[in-house]
Write a protein that binds this ligand. Sequence first.
Ligand code: PEP
Length: 245
Amino acid sequence: KKSRTRLVMGNWKMHGSLAANAELLTGLRLGQADPAVEIAVCAPFPYMAQVSVALAGSHISWGAQDVSAHAQGAYTGEVSAAMLADFGCRWVLVGHSERRSMHGESSQLVAEKAVAALAGGLAPVVCVGETLAEQEAGQTAQIIEQQLAPVLALGAQALAKIVVAYEPVWAIGTGRTATPEQAQQVHAGIRASLAHAGAQQTRILYGGSVKASNAASLFAMGDIDGALVGGASLVAQEFLRIAAA
Ligand code: PEP
């Protein structure tokens, strides 16, 4: 675990404005940098330029929340990995549960987006997670396995550059966090699958109602390498407290 640098990443979702982002980004820049933790924020597309300027020369990196599976062409409304990389974007979320459920993204498409991201020089953060019904039916391991399969098939070289985020759908934005033991169990399964595919160092983040008050107990688990944070990433002090945990 020690060799995997911790990563705490914010997902702003469809929140923010030039004014609100400026305040948030200033707050993040003023925070103390702990070299043991990487900090990143995933902003809406129109604010990529603002974020790239505001965080230039800081210890904080940034990402987008989605990317096209295509490199370029007649894909109205889509944004390519190369366009994001143009702004110094480093990360991109792929397969967030909101995109899987509201935009019909399949695990195959999510893997294609991960490939497009890698080809464009971005590091994809592949999000997986079961719904409440699936969890109650005891299908968590099987669902995660299915969601990860096309990504694992990309091979060890690709997996070395990828981050996996385990986000149980029932914990996202609900205030109901998985217990550290629950999350660790799933993370250990993901770790085993990654190892089987030849990836030893891939980071696995937990996401789902992470806040300053529960971050430390999650980060104490052997296979939890950081967090993907939604709501709590919109307040600089709260987000920094999570990173400090
Ligand atoms: C997310 O959507 O990635 C997330 C983890 O949201 P929240 O922290 O608000 O549950």
